[in-house]
Design a protein around this ligand. Structure first.
Ligand SMILES: O=C(O)CCC(=O)C(=O)O
Ligand SMILES: [Fe+2]
Length: 183
């Protein structure tokens, strides 16, 4: 087995810095912390990250996909900017997932649920690294995408469907808001 660390040029992957101001970032963090965040659960195992969904929720325990409370007002301006960055109509981003990663929390290798299509994520707090990988003959092709505070990323097409992603556990707290469209 060998690993290739290629330049981060994967079709469907894009990112940009400073989609929000530091003041907006602090406001968003306060709003997220004020929500009823619950530990992410998967087959009886409790993750260290805390989450809350709007629009649609996907329960990893029972695989149920269900309508949730609508995306609140306080997320609409950031959703509009995330959509503009991704070249999407804001109204197509019908799901918003809030996540707080406390120290030591990350997210393991996965592809997002196939009920969703576009994924547009905004990062708050500690800088994280998103790892991306896809299986190739003889090993994995890997790419690492830095996610600084107030940056945005978009996963679509090849990187969305052909690659897995994960977030390396951080030493300091990070929050993310990910918006998704339906497939
Ligand atoms: O925190 C992030 O930016 C990524 C979260 C993620 O990959 C997911 O919820 O599927
Ligand atoms: Fe994901």
């Amino acid at each position: 087995m060998f690993d290739l660390f290629d330049l981060p040029l994967v079709p469907g992957l894009s990112s940009a810095t400073d989609i929000i101001t530091p003041v907006e970032e602090a406001e968003l963090i306060a709003r997220i912390d004020a929500e009823a965040l619950l530990p992410f659960k998967f087959q009886g195992w409790e993750g260290k990250r805390l989450t809350h969904s709007f629009g649609w929720s996907y329960d990893f325990e029972d695989g149920r996909f269900a309508q949730a409370a609508p995306i609140p007002e306080w997320l609409l301006s950031i959703r509009a900017r995330a959509a503009a960055f991704a070249g999407l109509d804001a109204s197509t981003l019908v799901q918003a997932l809030l996540i707080r990663y406390d120290p030591g929390a990350g997210i393991g290798w996965h592809k997002d649920r196939p009920v969703f299509e576009h994924v547009v994520g905004v990062s708050l707090g500690a800088e994280a690294s998103m790892r991306l990988r896809r299986r190739k003959a003889g090993g994995f092709q890997r790419v690492s995408l830095p996610l600084p505070a107030r940056s945005v990323y978009h996963l679509s097409g090849e990187v969305r469907h052909g690659w897995e992603h994960s977030i390396v556990p951080m030493e300091h707290r990070r929050w993310s808001v990910t918006f998704r469209s339906l497939a």
